[in-house]
Design a protein around this ligand. Sequence first.
Ligand SMILES: [Zn+2]
Ligand SMILES: [Zn+2]
Length: 408
Amino acid sequence: MAEGTPDVAALKRAVCSAVDQMAPRLIALSHRIHENPEFQYEEHKASAWLCEFLDEEGLGSELGTCGMPTAFAGGRDGKAPGPTVAFIAEYDALRGLGHACGHNILGTSNVGAAAALARVMPQLAGRMRIFGTPAEEGGGGKIPFVREGMFRDVDAAISMHPGGGARPNSLGGRCLASQKVTLKYHGRPAHAASNPHDGINALDACIQTFNGINALRQHLRQEVRIHGIIRHGGTAANVTPDFAQAEFAVRAPTTAECREVYQKVLRCAEGGAAAAGARLEVVEGPFYEETNPNTALGGAAMANMEALGLPVVAPSGGVASHSTDLGNVSRVVPTVSVNINIAGRGIQPHQHEFAVAAASPDGDRAVVSAAQVMAMTAIDVLTDPALRERAAEEFRASMAAEQAVAAG
Ligand SMILES: [Zn+2]
Ligand SMILES: [Zn+2]
């Protein structure tokens, strides 16, 4: 081995055995987060515990990144300047369902990958960063990271997600762009029997919005998803509801199409409000962009999964029917997400059974193997200039092609 040339195989063996050593602590941490589910932007325990783990490994980490109290950032520099890799942890839970998206695994495996890679960083040129990003389930905690330029010097963003439905291990695919919105309808109360003619029924405005959207569906492409709930629908049957509130997510394969469908949804809301004579208030939520999975990084991650003996299949290339704010990251930096299966047929994220799987032996194995795959892939990025160039070129070409389409 020429002097100064890193022995990649030895480095990969070193990070894998570091993860194996840490495994009992990582799994205990995964379970601790699982037992204490916290919702978007309330992940005070999870973020503090993950930072504590990083601190125990000698990695300075700080809470409060980008103005979010439950976001954090840390890292370690190598022996010389060079490329930068960033691991991306999530750790929020779902209201009423606990860790039914398995973000306890996502958080601990990324922190494990960072801690393992930190041990060999003195032998490598470049930098490793670990970003703790809150509120993936609707709050868009990665959006401020993107906006504030946290990925500006990053060559590759690496993360994972546990998968279900007996699907083989693979890579995160192309997810839908998504716009969340809260619609508030303001009416006028009245006695629903004595003087209903004096009332303005905010619930009717809300229901007409749903009816309008349901009519709209027949003219939308199959991949589009619009789904909503009524958060408030009145207080008593004998009082004309003077306030109603609905919450929707509008999703489509591209940002452009998502924005277009969203405008149509807003027209349905305006129509519903106009019909009932109510006043509409629109509170726009975060916009999740469609993911741009990097196949060059994906190839490296798949090879590392195979090297660990994990059964793995290439992603289908089709559009997945969910959304993630990792999409926003994937459109500013080459990004790869490793998908490790933890649950059998019929069990998918956002189901109670998936929450059970997230602390099962399969869930625990995913913490360890994902940490190893991510750390190994980071070593590839840090040591292989050709891989970095392929990833960067693919990223540039994909974004340029999209801009060309958008420009018509
Ligand atoms: Zn989820
Ligand atoms: Zn998730």
